[in-house]
Design a protein around this ligand. Structure first.
Ligand code: SF4
Length: 316
C-alpha cells in the first residue's frame, strides 16, 4: 500500500451548545489518506463531516485522537510551530465568495498567502500570481476585480488558486462545488482532478452528493452521526454497498452508470437524530429497515470484511 500522507486516529470532537448540552459531532473516526488519493466523505447535513474537516485542517483541535502528518500530531502543535505545517493542508469551502476578503482584489487574494509564507521573493509574487491564474483557467485580466464582481465559478477557481499557491500535500474540499450550476460544477471538478494529477495532491472531498463522490473518489467513507459506518473502494461501494445506510443513500441517488447493478434498498425513515441525544446501540437503529433487538443496545464496531471494506453493522 502507498504510504499514508495523513494518519487520523480516533478523533473525537464534542461541543457545548448555548443551552449547555453536549453535541457529539465526531465520535472516534480513524483513517489513512495516501499520496495522490481522494477520499470521498459522504453523509447527510449534520452528520459531522464539516467538524471533522475543520479538525483535519487544524481550524479546530480534537478533544481526543491524533491527526498525524509525517508522524507529527498537528492537533497538539502550538500555533507558531503550526505555521510551516499549515501550508501543507489547505481547505476549500462551499461558499467561495464569502470565504474571500471582499476588500481584496482577486490578484491580492492569491498574492496574500505567497507573501505570508514567503513562498517566492517579493519581486516574483506578481509573476507567480499570473501563473496560478493560468493554472486554474482564470484570465489574468480578472486580477484587478473584486470577488463581488466575479461569478461563483470564478471565485471557486480563485479559492483553488489560493489553496495550491502554497504547494500543499492535502486539500480538504468541503462541499466545494455544491453551490455551483451544473456546467460550472463539471468545469471545477475537472480542474480539481487535473490539479491533483499535476501536483500529486491528496483530497478529502466532502459532499452529500453520492453521484459526485463516485466519480471523484478512490475510496469512500460513509459517515452517520459522527462515525464512519462504511469505508472502502469507491467503485465497490457504489456497486455493492453493504451498510443499510449506504444502500439507502445509493439507491436514492441518480448515479449515471448503466452497468451499475440496481441497488435494492428499503427507504430510510425519519430525520437524522440530534447529536445531542444520539440513539443507543447502533445510532442508525431508529431508521434502519433491518434493525433487530440487538441493534438497540450493542454498538457495532467498524470491522473489516473480505474485500478491504470496513462496515459497522452487526449483520453486514
Ligand atoms: Fe441496521 Fe442493526 Fe446494522 Fe445498525 S447494526 S445498520 S440497526 S441492522
Amino acid at each position: 500500500m502507498t504510504q499514508a500522507v495523513l494518519e487520523v486516529r480516533g478523533i473525537v470532537k464534542h461541543f457545548q451548545t448555548r443551552g449547555g448540552a453536549i453535541a457529539r459531532a465526531v465520535n472516534g473516526v480513524s483513517f489513512d489518506l495516501a499520496k495522490g488519493e481522494t477520499l470521498g466523505l459522504i453523509g447527510e447535513s449534520g452528520c459531522g463531516k464539516s467538524t471533522l474537516a475543520r479538525v483535519l485542517a487544524r481550524l479546530d483541535t480534537p478533544d481526543t485522537g491524533e491527526v498525524l502528518l509525517d508522524g507529527n500530531d498537528i492537533g497538539r502543535i502550538g500555533n507558531r510551530a503550526m505555521k510551516p505545517i499549515r501550508r501543507r493542508i489547505q481547505m476549500i469551502f462551499q461558499d467561495a465568495v464569502s470565504s474571500l476578503n471582499p476588500r481584496a482584489t482577486a490578484g491580492a487574494a492569491v498574492a496574500e498567502p505567497l507573501k505570508l509564507h514567503r513562498v517566492v521573493p517579493r519581486n516574483k509574487v506578481k509573476d507567480r500570481v499570473a501563473e496560478l491564474f493560468e493554472a486554474v483557467g482564470l484570465p489574468v485580466g480578472l486580477m484587478s476585480r473584486y470577488p463581488h464582481e466575479m461569478s461563483g465559478g470564478q471565485c471557486q477557481r480563485l479559492s483553488i488558486a489560493r489553496a495550491i499557491s502554497l504547494d500543499p500535500d492535502i486539500i480538504i474540499a468541503d462541499e466545494a462545488v455544491s453551490a455551483l450550476d451544473v456546467s460550472i460544477k463539471a468545469q471545477v471538478i475537472n480542474l480539481l482532478m487535473d490539479v491533483q494529477t499535476r501536483l500529486g495532491l491528496s483530497y478529502v472531498f466532502i459532499t452529500h452528493d453520492m453521484a459526485l463522490v463516485g466519480v471523484l473518489s478512490h475510496r469512500i467513507a460513509v459517515m452517520y452521526l459522527g462515525r464512519f459506518v462504511e469505508v472502502g473502494d469507491a467503485d465497490a461501494i457504489i456497486r455493492r454497498p453493504m451498510h443499510p445506510y449506504s444502500q439507502a443513500l445509493i439507491a436514492a441517488s441518480p448515479i449515471p452508470d448503466p452497468d451499475r447493478p440496481r441497488t435494492q434498498a428499503l427507504p430510510i425513515k425519519g430525520e437524522l437524530p440530534s447529536p445531542i441525544k444520539p440513539p443507543s446501540g447502533c445510532t442508525f437503529h431508529p431508521r434502519c429497515p433491518l434493525a433487530q433487538a440487538r441493534c438497540k443496545s450493542e454498538v457495532p464496531e467498524l470491522r473489516t470484511t473480505g474485500e478491504a471494506r470496513q462496515v459497522a453493522c452487526h449483520f453486514a
